[in-house]
Design a protein around this ligand. Structure first.
Ligand code: F6P
Length: 503
């Protein structure tokens, strides 16, 4: 865990390095080559991060002294690491045998059985006259499957898959317009089967379908699913040791399996398993997830930056920043440690981003000449799945150019045309966007998030912070519907409610 003394030393390194422009650090060709790592189809180059050997040694020592390897081993083996919910965290069991011991092996057996049941149910849907799948879920019950379908879907796919997440019924209205209920199936995904938005959208979909025979459910709460009216033979269970934001590898990914096919889903799992084994075996200094986490901690706690931006230079990965917002910020957005003791340092930065090259025409101005040097992570795909090779060359040239220009800057006597440089970035390159490469990439982010949680001493696997808003919303609902607002004690809310009621 990050001690005050270690934090102070890291901050002194950052202070020392302010005297050395990032451009000078990156001028070393040996560093340009050696500050990199490959795991299967994934290449990670961090040579443009704003630190030197001495600072990196300090970070590696933090990882070693914090015994991140032992922490990961406890997680992979199914110990109760999600202490506030008294649960194990075993999304790795959904795709690999990296866990040791009875608990992990039992989870792995359950996961393989669930996968077999997913494929069996998928075959039934494939053999039907269904053409469209409507996936209803929110948060981790939406973002992962949505990312997979957007990233990997093919035009000749057996099904068109659509997503409804927001309780704003404009989304459902738009999704359902033009679909034929007789040839549409619904997949209601909710681990708790208590999420109000999903239950409302599920009821809306059930009414629109006019029949429950084409409704499937994915949940850990089978009683609530039965109460909703979906029979057990159309329910895919998920276990409580799979956290929502870590669940796309489970039956939560059923819509993706339908959209992409079982073989693609298997390749995705295999890609994640590759990263699992690397993370379990590699020493901190050669461990991609540990290095990824240490660099995030360096930028956040030593350099004091407040956000991390992920720019995917492949439009098929445009969903990655939104997916990472939940994974990183719902996991790490805490201010007390696992025992409830307030933390003396900052934790989760704001995760944001978008797709390049489009974002070069939106927020890149601020990255080049704004008042903060915000750390970036670029994701690139070397080989395209189209034959417009000139356009792909332009895309990759922009990817490389932006990282270089933001790091090196360009001075000018004209202040309007002065580029300070100094923006640190990492580069993640995939050979091509295969299901395996995507699985490896997403597993990297999961493990980096778990390592960061360990280093910061937070429970990266619960999410109590999301409950407060739900309690207040349920209290306000009657007043918004027009009932008496006498018990609304917040004056601003009361004034806003009045504005809703303008005649
Ligand atoms: O945002 C809170 C949260 O519980 C997430 O962690 C979860 O992914 C999402 O809501 C949906 O929860 P459920 O799958 O239980 O509907």
């Amino acid at each position: 865990m990050l001690s005050p003394e270690r934090l102070q030393r890291l901050q002194r390194h950052a202070e020392r390095l302010r005297q050395r422009p990032l451009r000078a650090l990156c001028a070393d060709s040996v560093r340009a080559r050696d500050w990199s790592l490959s795991v299967g189809p994934l290449y990670f180059n961090y040579a443009r991060q704003d630190l030197d050997d001495a600072a990196m040694a300090e970070l590696i020592e933090l990882a070693v002294i914090s015994d991140v390897k032992a922490a990961l081993r406890r997680q992979f083996d199914g110990e109760i690491v999600n202490v506030s919910e008294d649960r194990a965290v075993l999304h790795t069991a959904l795709r690999s045998d990296v866990g040791e011991g009875d608990v992990a092996r039992a989870a792995r057996t359950q996961a393989l059985a669930a996968l077999a049941r997913m494929r069996e149910l998928a075959r039934e849907v494939v053999d039907s006259d269904i053409t469209d799948i409507v996936h209803v879920g929110i948060g981790g019950s939406d973002l992962g499957p949505r990312l997979l379908v957007n990233a990997l879907r093919r035009p000749d796919a057996r099904f068109r898959v659509h997503f409804i997440a927001n309780v704003d019924a404009h989304e459902a209205q738009r999704v359902l317009a033009g679909l034929d209920p007789a040839h549409t199936a619904g997949v209601l995904v909710s681990k708790s089967f208590g999420t109000r938005e999903t239950l409302l959208n599920g009821a809306l979909l059930r009414d629109w379908l006019g029949a429950t025979e084409r409704l499937f459910a994915v949940s850990a709460n089978l009683d609530r699913v039965a109460d909703f009216g979906i029979p057990a033979d159309r329910v895919l269970p998920i276990r409580d040791w799979v956290g929502g934001r870590f669940s796309l590898w489970s039956a939560v990914g059923f819509s993706a399996l339908l959209a992409l096919g079982g073989d693609v889903f298997d390749e995705l799992l295999n890609g994640a398993a590759l990263m699992d084994r690397h993370v379990a075996d590699a020493e901190p200094a050669a461990n991609m997830a540990v290095l990824h986490a240490l660099l995030a901690l360096w930028n956040r706690n030593a350099r004091g930056t407040t956000s991390e931006a992920v720019i995917a230079y492949d439009q098929r990965l445009a969903q990655v920043p939104a997916y990472l917002q939940q994974l990183r910020m719902e996991s790490l957005g805490k201010s007390v440690d696992r025992d409830g003791v307030p933390l003396p340092y900052a934790t989760a930065p704001v995760t944001w981003g978008g797709a390049g090259s489009s974002t070069q025409h939106s927020f890149f101005q601020a990255l080049h000449q704004g008042s903060e040097r915000l750390p970036l992570e670029f994701i690139g795909v070397c080989r395209p799945d189209h034959d417009h090779l000139e356009q792909h060359a332009v895309l990759l040239a922009n990817l490389l150019a932006q990282a270089e220009a933001l790091a090196n800057g360009q001075s000018s006597d004209d202040p309007q045309r002065h580029y300070p440089g100094g923006t640190p970035s990492s580069m993640l390159l995939l050979d091509s966007l295969t299901p395996e490469a995507l699985g490896t990439l997403l597993a990297l982010y999961e493990h980096s998030t778990a390592v960061l949680g360990h280093l910061w001493g937070v429970n990266a696997f619960d999410q109590w912070g999301v409950e407060r808003g739900k309690v207040v919303a349920s209290r306000l609902e009657p007043a918004v519907r027009g009932d008496a607002a006498d018990d609304i004690d917040d004056p601003v809310t009361r004034a806003l409610l009045q504005s809703f009621r303008r005649d």
